[in-house]
Design a protein around this ligand. Structure first.
Ligand SMILES: CC(C)(COP(=O)(O)OP(=O)(O)OC[C@H]1O[C@@H](n2cnc3c(N)ncnc32)[C@H](O)[C@@H]1OP(=O)(O)O)[C@@H](O)C(=O)NCCC(=O)NCCS
Length: 293
């Protein structure tokens, strides 16, 4: 469709290549920059194991320099981060646009497919021209971490191998259809991004685990990510969601993050209200692009 040079190629990394992918994704998280795929997204995906994580990643590089990283959340959904200096890069944009549109490129499948890219990146323009449409809106939110975070008021502890089962239990009681398991928690905790992450659970006065959150730092002075937050369905409406969010934000601050960020579908009004009550502000909404079947 477009006149393409051959200097940029899409690749799937080996497991050993994931460390570099995670490092670049972290570097691309910058204050004031686009909210985009975060090392924590890869870290959360890592619960399926390193091999499956590597198999879900696509990279675009020029002369050995990574310019964009995609992660297939599903075979029909690719989430892409682009190096801040390359978001307007015409050759890169054309290469990505061509690769996501061509099932033979080994990126997305045939039929209806979805693509998340940073707002304002050039590839979005090209796909609009090619007839791709906008999907439902997502709401990014963030809280600045320059100042200390107020106390959550809840008994919060860091999840360890010994309490992984409790963490898993809260996840399964928070998200319908969750497939999280102890084995998956250990796979996640063994992943490269988890070295800068923290999993927390909160307990009520009776000692029962009521909420959980996992937060991912991208390093000092960079935005960190909440993924995921959940409150046990039997314990909602008591301020635990707000408390876990505050505890997660405080943990991110300890890990050196400049701000805490999170993304949730706009229809998830409860989540948006919860983050706002924990001091998060709305950022411009974002929408995936999709190609009709
Ligand atoms: C979203 C969730 C964490 C909220 O947990 P919670 O413990 O019930 O929330 P809280 O009691 O702390 O409520 C915090 C604020 O959000 C509001 N809120 C919570 N759920 C709400 C809902 N469904 N609709 C509207 N407002 C809601 C509360 O009124 C409260 O507002 P206030 O501070 O102004 O009084 C919980 O519903 C959940 O786990 N949902 C499923 C998983 C999920 O969606 N996670 C977030 C995705 S990223």
């Amino acid at each position: 469709m477009w006149d393409l040079g051959m200097t940029i190629e899409v690749e799937t990394p080996a497991v050993g290549g994931l460390e570099l992918v995670v490092a670049r994704l972290a570097e691309w998280q910058v204050d004031g920059g686009a909210v985009q795929l975060h090392p924590g997204d890869l870290g959360w995906f890592w619960r399926y194991g390193a091999e499956q994580t590597a198999a879900a990643v696509r990279t675009w590089a020029r002369d050995g320099e990574l310019l964009a990283v995609g992660m297939l959340d599903e075979p029909d959904l690719l989430r892409v981060a682009i190096a801040p200096g390359a978001q307007e890069d015409e050759e890169l944009a054309r290469r990505i646009a061509a690769d996501v549109a061509d099932p033979a490129a080994g990126v997305l499948v045939e039929g209806k497919v979805y693509l998340e890219t940073p707002n304002d990146s050039r590839v979005r323009d090209l796909l609009f021209v090619a007839g791709w449409e906008l999907d439902d809106p997502w709401q990014p939110l963030e809280r600045d971490l320059a100042e200390p975070v107020e106390d959550s008021g809840l008994a919060v502890e860091i999840v360890t191998a010994e309490t992984a089962a409790v963490r898993v239990g809260v996840q399964r009681a928070s998200f319908d259809g969750s497939t999280f398991s102890e084995e998956r928690w250990h796979a996640m905790a063994g992943g490269t991004p988890y070295a800068r992450a923290r999993c927390l659970i909160g307990r009520d006065a009776a000692g029962e685990a009521v909420g959980a959150i996992t937060v991912w730092s991208a390093g000092k002075g960079r935005p960190g990510l909440i993924e995921p937050l959940g409150v046990h369905r039997n314990h909602r409406g008591h301020g635990y969601g707000r408390a876990m969010t505050l505890a997660g934000a405080a943990a991110l601050r300890e890990l050196g993050a400049s701000r805490a960020q999170v993304l949730t579908p706009c229809f998830n009004e409860g989540a948006i209200a919860t983050y706002r009550s924990a001091g998060f502000e709305l950022l411009p909404q974002r929408r995936d692009q999709y190609r009709k079947a």
